[in-house]
Design a protein around this ligand. Sequence first.
Ligand code: SRM
Ligand code: SF4
Length: 559
Amino acid sequence: MSGLDVEKIKRDSRRLRGSVAEGLEDPVTGALAEADTVITKFHGIYQQDDRDTRNERREARLEPAYQFMIRVRVPGGVINPKQWQALDELAGSVANGTLRLTTRQAVQFHGVAKEDLRTLMRGIDAVLMDSLAACGDVNRNVMCHVQPEASEVHAQALQWAQRLSAHLTPKTGAWREIWIDGKKVADSETEPEAEPLYGETYLPRKFKIGVAIPPINDVDIFSQDLGFIAIEEEGRLVGFNVTVGGGLGCTHGEPKTFPRLGDVIGFIPPGQLLELAETVVTIQRDFGDRKERKHARFKYTIEDRGLDWLRQELQGRLQATLEPARAFEFIHSGDRYGWTEAVDGSWQLNLFILSGRLFPQQRQGLRVLIDEGVVADVRLTPNQNLVLAGVSASHRARVEETLAAHGLDEHRQASPVRLNAMACVALPTCGLAMAEAERYLPDLVRRIEEMAARHGVEEQPITVRISGCPNGCSRPYLAEIGLVGRAPGRYNLYLGAGFDGSRLNRLALDNANEADILEYLDGAFAHFAAGREPGEHFGNFLVRAGFIAPAHHGRDVNL
Ligand code: SRM
Ligand code: SF4
């Protein structure tokens, strides 16, 4: 993929059409043309192959077992019952039987064959969902804190997240034309439709936006290209602090690439949110690096040009000026499990789903509750978990009993370490994985749980996140214990991030095997058990005690 001229492919694609429709009709291969695999990302579709069978098939002189991953966009993570039923049915009929909840509140199908792509897309379209802009060089799924019914402010913040998503979605008709109705909006003879915000080459790279509501930083606001921190005064949403330039992906051995925390640059009232977001996106469109994709994220534009430059650029383009940032405090970047009562008197239950993977038995349990009508909507959390919302008090017992019968009650008994653990997908579907992540997480967590118990700190919540490569899809550089894949069975170990998502961690062990990682962690736990202050979190302790030096800047993370 690195050899492809992505800018040219975008420009020549006639607003994201390429030859995707023709490729779907080709029965000779299960794959699409290489340039079209760039285009389909903008449609939320990734061409993959089953890496578990790759060598075997190569030896048998077969083409790789091509299959597709489809990411459905779910702004703010809210899914209604009809939509859930459709997703569930498609998972069983055209995907690999699982639904995968992601770290950005979207849903993924894995293992879909080329000939089933249209069936899947029509299935989601029928319930008013789509996958346009779930991937690609555009604004992606907009994240939002997940319990909007907890207060008026939550409900308003969710609405803003959904409006942001709608405002920044590409205007191309290609998604509908290719996947749904085949009606040509543009062909090689006619001019394609206008794409007023993005233009013909879209953004230099992906762009991510999140909305956080203090004191919970579940969306990891400092990892977003553009973040909005809701500011509440006397129970009212008065506006948002704005963060810019977060991002986590990097490449092993390339110090020019690094994770970066977003900077808070000021405050805006709610009415300026859409204009501000659009303006930031156009600044990145105009100034982001279009030559080197590894240097094309907004964080590098800011790093290279500086925040003063950004402020000036904003001033020149915006009607209004940013006010000074208001005070806020985060305490936690995870989910709050269990039942909470909403302002309307209904109840919501935050479940734990290990690595966001819903297997058939778990899907079935959720289906029972949805079909019985006891859940008003399903919400996906930014930590790969799930909230059942709008449950009446009289249905709580029924919900609990059904969940327990289907292996969905881990939130009641799992350890604090397990409840704060995440892994990216990695093998066998991710083409970029260097090591296992999702499939390794249960073993790793078990070992850390045993270790914590040996040191008498098993009641401490500690964030553990594994990514199969340095792209950091599980946000491992913001975990108190972060593992990042180097090679099969080998990881970099990072320690010392803040529990509230406001400090990056730092490299503790380079390219280590499991035994070395566990031995190192054992030492860290021994110190923690002996020296922590009441209420002190693991990452904060390791930094305070000098066990690991703090990362003052993203460039320090890999030093
Ligand atoms: Fe990611 C690429 C999975 C959240 C940084 N990510 C990928 C791909 C599509 C691999 C590829 O390009 O071929 C992975 C598909 C695996 C599969 O088989 O499903 C993949 N990323 C995921 C998900 C599903 C991980 C998960 O376990 O939940 C998350 C989907 C989010 C969504 O719904 O939109 C996911 N990815 C993230 C995050 C976390 C976040 O956004 O909060 C990050 C770090 C934040 C950031 O963007 O800086 C992230 N993914 C990347 C990168 C590195 C980008 C960079 O700036 O260098 C890549 C590689 C790339 O873009 O070239 C990547
Ligand atoms: Fe794949 Fe790497 Fe992302 Fe994991 S972190 S899903 S291995 S790209």
